[in-house]
Write a protein that binds this ligand. Structure first.
Ligand SMILES: *[C@@H]1O[C@H](CO)[C@@H](O)[C@H](O)[C@H]1NC(C)=O
Ligand SMILES: *[C@@H]1O[C@H](CO)[C@@H](O)[C@H](O)[C@H]1NC(C)=O
Ligand SMILES: [Cu+2]
Length: 548
C-alpha cells in the first residue's frame, strides 16, 4: 500500500520540482575564455570576439611566446583562438560599420612586462573582419583618433558610419576637467573625422565615462541621438552639433562609471510604430565601497514630445554593473553585477564592489507596472567589474568575465574569471517542440550574412518535430551589441511583422517576415533574425546584413 501511493507522490513532486526549475531557466559552465572578457561582441553565428586589456592571461600564449589579450570564442566547440594585438585595448569600445567590418578604438597606455609588449592604445583604430573559419585577424591602422579616448562610447549610425564619443585622456577613476575629452568624431570610409566639441560632456562631469548613446528610431526626434551620462540626458543633433532638447534628470542616483548603471534601448515593434524608449537600471549614489547599490530603473519614452522619466524598481534587487541583454521575445534581461559598491579595481586592501548578485531579472516592457519583473535562477559565479553578457543565436545568453583585480589573480576572493557560462532562459522549454530554420529567402543559413533590405518581405522556411504543428510564429531582428562595462552599444531588438504561415508539401513550413522600414529603427550592419514558435526561439537564428 505504502509503496503504491508513495511512488506517484514522489514522481509528482519531482515533476513539480522540474517545472519549478525550468520556469527560472538554468546555468551551465561551457568553457574557458583564454583572455579575461572585458569586452565581447558576437561576430559570427558561432563566434564571440573577446577583447581584454594587455595583461598576463595565463592561457593565452601566442605561437611566438608572447601573451595575447584578445581571442575568438567558438560557441560550437567551446574553444578559443588567441588573436594577436599590438595596442592596449584597456576599457575601449567597438561598433560594426554598416558594411559589416567591426571597428574597435581607444584603450590605454603602453605596457612592457613579462611576455607583453603593448603599444599605447589611447588613440588606436583597429578593424576586424569577421569570418567563419580561422583566418580572420585584427588589422591595426596607422591612423589615429583625433585624441585620446579611454572609456569612450561607439555606436553605428543610420548611414553606416560610426560615432565615437567622449572618454578620458588618461587612465582615471571618475573623470575630471583636466582629463576629460568632451568631443566626438565620426568614422567613415575616409577614416575618422576631426573632433567636434560637446558641452554635454562637460556638464556631466565627473560621471560621464561610457556615456549611453542610442539612435532615436521614430517620432518627432527620429534620427537624432539620445545621450545620457551621470543623471542628465539630451536629444542631440550630431549633424549640426547642437542640443535639440535637454531632458529632465533621471530621479535618484548617478548611473555612469564608476557609479555604473545599465542602459539599454527597449525593443521596438511594428505595433508600437517602433516607438523609441530607453531604460536605465541601477547605479550608485556615491564612490564608496560600502554603499548599497541603487534599486531603481528609469524608463523614458522618446516618442513623446516632452519625454519624462517613469520610475520603477529593479526587479526587487539593488544592483550596480548589471548587463542588459535584449531577448527575441521582447523581454530585457539584466544579469551580473553587485549589490554593494562601485566599478573599479581592488585598492587599499578592499574590493570596490562586493555582494555579487547571482540571479538575472527579466523586464517585460508591455506588462503593467508592478508585474514587469521576473526573477530567474542564480548562477554560482560572481561577475562584477569587467564582465559581459550577450545573446547568442540559439536564444541563450553567453556570460563571461569578471576581473576586479588589476592583474589576473586566482588566489583571491574575487578571482579573474575565465569560465564562460550559458544561461538558458525559461522560454526554451524542452517539453515544447522547438522549430529549426532551414532556409531564408531560399538561401542556406549562417554561411555568412544574407543581405536584406529595409521594408522588404522574406520567406523563412522551418521544420518542426514530426507530428507537431506550429503555434503562433513571431520574429525579431536583433543587433546583439558590443558589450562592455554594462553598456550594450548599438544593441537593438525589433519585432517583425509575420505574415501567414503556410505548410509546404515536404512537411516543412514557411513564414513571411517583413524587415523594418528604415535605418533609424535599426542601423545597417550584421544582425540576426530570430523566429519563435509560441514564444520559444528556433534552434538557431539567421545572420543577415541589413542595408549594407
Ligand atoms: C588554463 O588551462 C588549463 C587547461 O585547460 C585549465 O585547467 C586551467 O584552469 C586554465 N587556467 C585558467 C586561469 O583559465
Ligand atoms: C568597410 O569600410 C571600412 C571603412 O571604409 C573599410 O576599411 C573596410 O575594409 C570595409 N569592409 C568591407 C568588408 O568592405
Ligand atoms: Cu574598466
Amino acid at each position: 500500500m505504502k509503496t503504491n501511493t508513495g511512488t506517484p507522490v514522489a514522481v509528482a513532486m519531482l515533476l513539480l520540482l522540474a517545472t519549478f526549475v525550468s520556469a527560472q531557466g538554468h546555468w551551465e559552465v561551457v568553457g574557458l575564455t583564454g583572455v579575461a572578457a572585458m569586452h565581447a561582441v558576437l561576430v559570427a553565428p558561432n563566434r564571440v570576439l573577446i577583447i581584454d586589456k594587455a595583461e598576463p592571461n595565463p592561457n593565452a600564449t601566442l605561437p611566438d611566446g608572447t601573451t595575447g589579450w584578445s581571442c575568438e570564442y567558438h560557441l560550437d566547440t567551446n574553444t578559443y583562438r588567441v588573436l594577436p594585438l599590438k595596442t592596449n585595448t584597456f576599457c575601449s569600445a567597438g561598433a560594426f560599420l554598416g558594411n559589416g567590418t567591426l571597428l574597435s578604438t581607444a584603450g590605454s597606455g603602453a605596457i612592457k612586462q613579462d611576455n607583453i609588449n603593448a603599444q599605447s592604445g589611447f588613440a588606436a583604430i583597429r578593424l576586424f573582419q569577421p569570418c567563419q573559419d580561422d583566418n580572420c585577424w585584427w588589422t591595426e591602422l596607422p591612423a589615429r583618433l583625433s585624441g585620446f579616448r579611454w572609456y569612450n562610447t561607439m555606436v553605428t549610425l543610420p548611414d553606416g558610419r560610426v560615432l565615437n564619443l567622449g572618454g578620458s585622456k588618461v587612465q582615471t577613476g571618475a573623470n575630471s576637467v583636466s582629463t576629460n575629452n568632451p568631443t566626438y568624431e565620426i568614422y567613415s570610409s575616409t577614416g575618422t573625422s576631426d573632433a567636434f566639441p560637446i558641452q554635454f560632456l562637460i556638464d556631466t562631469l565627473p560621471y560621464n565615462l561610457y556615456p549611453c548613446v542610442h539612435v532615436i528610431s521614430d517620432g518627432y526626434y527620429q534620427g537624432y541621438l539620445f545621450i545620457f551620462a551621470n543623471r542628465q540626458s539630451v536629444i542631440y543633433d550630431i549633424k549640426q552639433n547642437r542640443v535639440v532638447k535637454a531632458l529632465p534628470d533621471i530621479p535618484g542616483v548617478p548611473r555612469s562609471y564608476p557609479l555604473t548603471g545599465s542602459c539599454a534601448y527597449l525593443p521596438m515593434t511594428f505595433e508600437n510604430k517602433y516607438n523609441p524608449q530607453v531604460i536605465i537600471c541601477g547605479g550608485q549614489a556615491v564612490q564608496s565601497y560600502t554603499s548599497p547599490a541603487d534599486n531603481t530603473c528609469g524608463r523614458i519614452n522618446l516618442g513623446d514630445r516632452e519625454p519624462a522619466w517613469e520610475m520603477d524598481d529593479f526587479g526587487g534587487q539593488a544592483r550596480v554593473m548589471g548587463d542588459s541583454v535584449a531577448l527575441p521575445d521582447g523581454t530585457m534581461v539584466f544579469v551580473n553585477g553587485a549589490a554593494v559598491g562601485t566599478a573599479g579595481y581592488y585598492e587599499d586592501g578592499h574590493y570596490l564592489a562586493s555582494d555579487p548578485v547571482l540571479f538575472p531579472v527579466a523586464y517585460d516592457m508591455n506588462a503593467p507596472k508592478g508585474q514587469r519583473w521576473t526573477r530567474y535562477a542564480a548562477t554560482t559565479i560572481p561577475r562584477m567589474y569587467h564582465s559581459v553578457a550577450t545573446l547568442i543565436p540559439d536564444g541563450t545568453i553567453w556570460v563571461a568575465g569578471s576581473n576586479p583585480n588589476p592583474e589576473p589573480r586566482q588566489d583571491v576572493k574575487f578571482i579573474t574569471e575565465y569560465r564562460a557560462e550559458v544561461f538558458t532562459p525559461p522560454y526554451i522549454n524542452p517539453s515544447k517542440p522547438r522549430i529549426t530554420i532551414t532556409s531564408f529567402d531560399s538561401s542556406a543559413i549562417n554561411e555568412g550574412p544574407i543581405s536584406v533590405k529595409y521594408g522588404a518581405e522574406y520567406q523563412v522556411t522551418f521544420t518542426i518535430a514530426s507530428g507537431a504543428k506550429p503555434g503562433t510564429i513571431t520574429s525579431s531582428l536583433i543587433n546583439t551589441g558590443f558589450k562592455t562595462h554594462s553598456q550594450s552599444m548599438s544593441m537593438r531588438c525589433v519585432k517583425l511583422l509575420v505574415g501567414k504561415v503556410t505548410a509546404n508539401s515536404d512537411g516543412s513550413y514557411m513564414a513571411t517576415v517583413q524587415t523594418p522600414p528604415n535605418a533609424f529603427i535599426i542601423p545597417p550592419g550584421p544582425q540576426y533574425v530570430f523566429l519563435l514558435n509560441d514564444g520559444q526561439p528556433a534552434k538557431t537564428a539567421v545572420q543577415v546584413s541589413i542595408g549594407a
